[in-house]
Design a binder for this molecule. Structure first.
Ligand code: ACO
Length: 340
């Protein structure tokens, strides 16, 4: 689906993020599986990632991000009427992690649910929250994106272990005088589902030999990612009658620096407009885009007036882009020791 934002103008008024304290370096992983710091850096650009503590689940890493986003927005939790948590690693299948977050922050009576769209979850959730606020159904929406992928990785499989990390981010959406969101492009190709899946995680029993871990065909996902990052961005730029030159900040999904480089070359973005933090966090799935937004806020690139293009892609196979005019000042975000 593709379209320009309609209805009452909606913007992002607050941003927060959080990553677990524990830093796991490439060298540490090289002590567990047959890999090396040099291989991981060269093939992915990743230097280190954050890994949740044993007692930390998705709701735990969501809460600091959510609280920070609300504080920045100046919104009281009790005034929030919609909470969407985009994740493939909820605390449990039910109740939804969003309801746990609602309870913890004190957002009594808010509609609260989880959304599953792989690493694209945050983009899908943004589009849904935007639509509900633009239509007048919701007035103050909290969108959280994040994952604790370390929990579903096979820690003996070098082909997936080195790629992912844990983290979460959150934004607050409100109606505003000045439109923030300009348009969205979202899609899915279900035929690509077998390229990236989590066997045994639902009502489909896993078949012989399938282990209960994130399972990925890295080469196919790589091909999909390089194609879709560029094509989705091009589609939404055209729909909004904008060009790459109009965009101030480009926030691609942080999966692999080679995938980002490919998209940047294809689209023609100058380096200074591109946000990259995959080197420090790895692929945090639905946390990737809000963590990258926080990075751009911290280094001063994300400021009122900035035109931002975000594109996510992931399991499904899914993808999603949005263009937003940043309208509100955001201070540096606190992330529990993260360097953003
Ligand atoms: N350390 C050392 N060697 C490794 C490692 C490792 N960690 N992993 C794989 N290798 C080996 C392979 O076994 C292979 O060896 P062989 O030639 O003897 O068979 C060799 O390295 C090359 O493997 P390739 O798969 O061809 O390596 P490639 O350059 O394609 O990089 C990678 C692999 C990094 C996984 C890449 O394909 C990729 O980034 N894919 C996209 C992954 C991705 O973005 N996934 C997330 C999507 S978003 C979501 O929803 C979660």
């Amino acid at each position: 689906m593709i379209g320009r934002a309609t209805g009452r103008p909606v913007t992002i008024t607050g941003l927060g993020c959080y990553v677990p304290e524990r830093v796991v370096t490439n060298d540490e992983l090289a002590g567990l599986v047959d890999t090396s710091d040099a291989w991981i850096r060269e093939r992915t650009g990743i230097r280190e990632r954050r890994v949740a503590a044993e007692a930390e689940a998705m709701s735990d890493i969501s809460l600091p991000a959510a609280r920070q986003a609300l504080e920045q927005a100046g919104v009281r939790a009790e005034d929030v009427d919609l909470i969407i948590v985009a994740t493939v690693t909820p605390d449990m299948a039910f109740p939804a992690t969003a309801t746990l977050v609602a309870d913890q922050i004190g957002a009594a009576d808010a509609a609260a649910y989880d959304l599953s769209a792989g690493c694209t979850g945050f983009m899908y959730a943004l589009a849904q929250a935007h639509a509900m606020v633009a239509a007048g159904l919701a007035h103050k929406a909290l969108v959280v994106g994040g994952d604790v992928l370390s929990r579903i990785l096979d820690w003996t499989d070098r082909s997936t272990l080195v790629l992912f990390g844990d983290g979460a981010g959150a934004v607050v959406l409100e109606p505003s005088a000045e439109a923030g969101f300009l348009g969205f492009e979202l899609g899915a190709d279900g035929a690509g589902g077998p390229e990236l899946f989590f066997p045994g995680s639902g009502s489909r029993l896993s078949t012989d030999g399938q282990k209960h871990f994130l399972t990925m065909n890295g080469r196919e996902v790589f091909k999909f990612a390089t194609r879709i990052l560029a094509s989705s961005a091009e589609a939404i730029l055209e729909a909004c009658e904008l060009t790459v030159d109009d965009i101030d900040v480009y926030v691609p999904h942080q999966a692999n620096v080679r995938i980002i480089d490919h998209a940047v070359r294809k689209l023609g973005f100058p380096e200074e407009k591109v946000v990259v933090n995959v080197d420090r966090y790895g692929n945090t799935s639905s946390g990737s885009i809000p963590l990258a937004l926080a990075e751009a806020a911290a280094d001063g690139r994300l400021k009122p007036g900035s035109l931002v293009l975000m594109t996510g892609m992931g399991a499904g196979l899914t993808w999603g882009s949005a263009i937003i005019r940043w309208t509100h000042p955001v201070g540096a975000t606190q992330t529990n020791g993260a360097s953003t």
